[in-house]
Design a protein around this ligand. Structure first.
Ligand code: URA
Length: 323
C-alpha cells in the first residue's frame, strides 16, 4: 500500500524527533541506549507501522488535513551511526560482587537472598521478603520488614527488639552479639556496662557514638544472657547483613566471636582472628574482643586497643582526634 504524502512527512518528523531524543539521551549519559543497525532498520521498516499508528492516533484528524502536502515523499532519515562511546562507568556493584574475601572463607549470597548455611550447621534461612534482591535497602525498610518479629524463640522473652543505633551512613560499624538486660529494656544496643566500655572505646578512637553505627547479630535478648543459638542466629542474620548493606561502612569492627564468626562464616577462635584484617563482602572487617569479655579480662584491653588502632590508622585518625 502506498503512503499518503502527508503520512510520510509525519513519519519523517517522528523519526527525526526520535533520533534527536536518542542522541540527547546518549549525550546526557543514557548510555544504555544502543541505536544500532538493527534498531535503525526497525525504525525504517517494521517499526514504521507502529510509529505510524501511534503518530496517527496522537494527531487530531483535522490537523492531518491541514498539513501541506510535500512535493515528494521524504525518505525517513537513517539513524546516524553513533560516535564511539567512552566506556560506561562500572555500575555500583552489589556488595556480594565486590572483591573476593582476603581470607579463605566461603563466598556468600547477597543480603536479600536466602543465606547459605554458615559454618555451624543451621537450618536454611528464608529470604528477606520486601527487600529486593540486588537493591540496597534502607535501614527503615529493614526495620519495617523485621516488624514485630516472631521468627525465632527469642521473641518470647524479649521486651524490645534492639535493631541498631547511630549514623545510617557511618564509615564505621560495630557489630556485637546480642542485647543484654539493659538493651532489652531500652531497645538500644550497648547501653549497659559493656556498652559504656564500648562508648569509651569509640570515643578514644576519635568518634562520638553518634558518628558510628552499632548493631548486633541477634536483635532480641537471649534469656539469662546465654549465647544465641544457631537457629536464632540464622533467623536474624539476614537482617544484620541487610543493615550492613544499607549502611555500607568502610570498616566493620566485629566485637567478639559471634559477630566475627557469623559475618566471616569462619569458626576460628576470636583469640586467633582478632587483630587481623579480614573482608566482609568487600568491606574491611577487624575482629576484636567483645567489651563484655574485656570487663572480665581487663588485661586484654591492650590487645583490643591495638586492634582499634589499626582501624584508626586506616582512617588516618589519631587517638582522641575528632572528625
Ligand atoms: N552485648 C552485646 O553484644 N550487645 C549489646 O547490645 C549489649 C551487650
Amino acid at each position: 500500500m502506498s503512503e499518503a504524502p502527508e503520512t510520510s512527512q509525519e513519519l519523517s518528523e517522528v523519526l527525526e524527533d526520535l533520533r534527536r531524543h536518542l542522541l540527547w539521551q546518549e549525550e546526557d549519559g543514557g548510555r544504555f541506549l544502543q541505536v544500532d543497525a538493527r534498531l535503525a532498520a526497525e525504525l525504517r521498516g517494521a517499526g514504521l507501522a507502529r510509529l505510524r499508528a501511534q503518530a496517527q492516533a496522537a494527531k487530531p484528524a483535522s490537523s492531518v488535513a491541514a498539513q501541506p502536502a510535500p512535493a515528494a515523499p521524504q525518505p525517513a532519515p537513517a539513524a546516524r551511526p553513533m560516535a564511539p562511546r567512552a566506556p560506561a562507568p562500572e555500575p555500583e556493584r552489589p556488595l556480594a560482587a565486590r572483591a573476593p574475601e582476603a581470607a579463605p572463607v566461603r563466598r556468600e549470597a547477597p543480603v536479600a537472598r536466602p543465606l547459605e548455611a554458615p559454618a555451624q550447621a543451621r537450618p536454611a534461612a528464608g529470604p528477606l521478603p520486601g527487600v529486593v534482591e540486588g537493591e540496597r535497602p534502607t535501614l527503615d525498610e529493614i526495620r519495617r520488614e523485621l516488624g514485630d518479629c516472631r521468627r525465632c524463640k527469642l521473641c518470647d522473652g524479649r521486651k524490645n527488639i534492639v535493631f541498631g543505633s547511630g549514623n545510617p551512613r557511618a564509615e564505621l560499624v560495630f557489630v556485637g552479639e546480642g542485647p543484654g538486660a539493659d538493651e532489652d529494656a531500652q531497645g538500644v544496643p550497648f547501653v549497659g556496662a559493656a556498652g559504656q566500655l564500648l562508648t569509651k572505646m569509640i570515643e578514644a578512637m576519635g568518634y562520638r557514638r553518634d558518628d558510628v553505627y552499632i548493631c548486633n547479630v541477634v536483635k532480641c535478648r537471649p534469656p539469662n544472657n546465654r549465647n544465641p543459638e544457631p537457629d536464632e542466629v540464622t533467623a536474624c542474620e539476614p537482617f544484620l547483613r541487610a543493615q550492613l548493606r544499607a549502611v555500607q561502612p568502610k570498616v566493620i569492627v566485629a566485637l567478639g566471636k559471634f559477630a566475627a564468626q557469623t559475618l566471616l562464616r569462619d569458626t576460628t577462635a576470636i583469640t586467633k582472628m582478632r587483630g587481623n584484617w579480614r573482608e566482609y563482602e568487600g568491606i574491611k572487617l577487624m575482629p576484636t574482643f567483645h567489651p563484655a569479655y574485656l570487663l572480665r579480662q581487663p588485661a586484654e584491653k591492650k590487645k583490643a586497643w591495638e586492634d582499634l588502632q589499626q582501624v584508626m590508622k586506616f582512617f588516618g585518625k589519631q587517638p582522641g582526634q575528632r572528625g
